[in-house]
Design a protein around this ligand. Structure first.
Ligand code: GLY
Length: 370
């Protein structure tokens, strides 16, 4: 079915949706205030794909994350082929480390959950952890390795998605701030500070900024708030870490080009996108505590992103229960990169094939009166 869809937001979620809709034959426009694509939370993402660390057993986020992770291999192959852009993507696993008994207990609980689900994981004692990752500090008393996890170049992937979407006919409109969405008859109008766009459907994928857009007829307050994350970009020399290294205070992501990304703060700072002295200091200290050799790394940059958090920490995905033709894909909080392939699939299925996946019930806009 051919539909004129306006996707509001050119972060990884918006670009993944635009690409999926366009490749399935929809006529798509993507609109964003910034330039180039992915300049909101996406540019400050380390691209970690780790659902078994990010979500606890019983939380719908775990099932969403695992399902999306399962899509990643095919998704990456398709996006690279459709865009002609090679994007770094590794499934090297994670090593989640403990420095005291209570952290060890938490790792054992996760290991039990993984065993019940049949997911490959290994609990390591002090000697095992140090043999597995020689860079770990001496006070690490154990670790959990989860092989399925990995990481992806979030910025490059977003660029590739936008190129692939455009190759399938999508149009990208940048430097246009969306102010209002209004229904008039059979159409939805998206009012920007540089004119209006109209289509038969609109996808709201504006991350932390979703709540700044006025939607006519929707009285409920959008439950999305910015949660600042600071991320350090270091340059590492010598043998790299083998995989994503995760502690309670930070995570470290080793890139093939010698970069080491260290994330991330979790701060309530409104729309303030500045890096702070405390954020930089805390992350660098945490990184050096878990991997002492990080002291010798070069400091390249601090990046800052505003994750779109919601009151129940679950995203808001699916058709609006109030405005016909409006679809939400926002509030992905810490998991926008991980959930991008699944979000795109669920949204395209709902919009183009009227297929409402049962999983959408848990993340439905209706739970917030949207
Ligand atoms: N996904 C990790 C973070 O948001 O910091």
């Amino acid at each position: 079915m051919n539909r004129d869809v306006i996707v509001v937001g050119a972060g990884i979620v918006g670009c993944a949706i635009a690409y999926e809709l366009a490749r399935r034959g929809a006529s798509v426009e993507i609109v964003d205030e910034r330039h180039p694509v992915g300049m909101g939370a996406t540019q400050a993402s380390a691209g970690v794909l780790a659902p078994y660390i990010e979500a606890r057993d019983g939380n719908p986020l775990l099932d969403l994350g695992v399902r999306s992770l399962d899509l990643f291999d095919d998704f990456m192959t398709r996006v690279s082929s459709d865009s002609g852009i090679a994007v770094s993507y590794r499934r090297t696993g994670t090593i989640d480390v403990a420095v005291d008994e209570s952290e060890m207990r938490a790792l054992r609980t996760t290991a039990d959950v993984l065993a019940r689900r049949g997911v490959a994981a290994r609990m390591l004692d002090r000697a095992g952890a140090s043999a597995e990752e020689p860079h770990l500090a001496g006070d690490v008393i154990g670790a959990l390795v989860i092989d399925a996890h990995g990481f992806v170049g979030a910025g490059d992937l977003t660029r590739a998605l936008s190129v692939a979407a455009r190759r399938h006919g999508a149009q990208l409109i940048e430097q246009s701030r969306v102010r209002r969405i209004v229904r008039t008859g059979a159409e939805l109008i998206v009012e920007t500070d540089r004119g209006s766009l109209n289509g038969t459907a609109v996808v709201l994928a504006a991350g932390s900024w979703s709540g700044t857009i006025d939607i006519e007829g929707v009285a409920a307050r959008m439950p999305v708030r910015p949660v600042r994350g600071q991320l350090m970009h270091l340059t590492w020399s010598g043998p790299p870490l083998k995989r994503v290294t995760w502690s309670r205070r930070c995570y470290l992501v080793p890139w093939d080009d010698g970069s080491l990304l260290v994330g991330a703060t979790v701060e309530d700072a409104g729309f303030d996108e500045r890096a702070t002295v405390a954020g930089v200091r805390d992350l660098l200290e945490a990184a050096c505590d878990v991997v002492p050799q990080a002291r010798t790394a070069g400091f390249r940059a601090a990046r800052v992103g505003l994750r779109p958090g919601t009151s129940d920490d679950l995203p808001v995905i699916g058709p609006s229960s109030v405005v016909q033709g409006l679809v939400y894909a926002t509030g992905h909080y810490r998991n926008g990169v991980l959930l991008a392939p699944l979000t795109a699939q669920l949204v395209a299925d709902a919009m183009l094939d009227n297929r409402i996946d049962p999983m959408l019930e848990k993340v439905s806009p209706a739970r917030f009166g949207l």
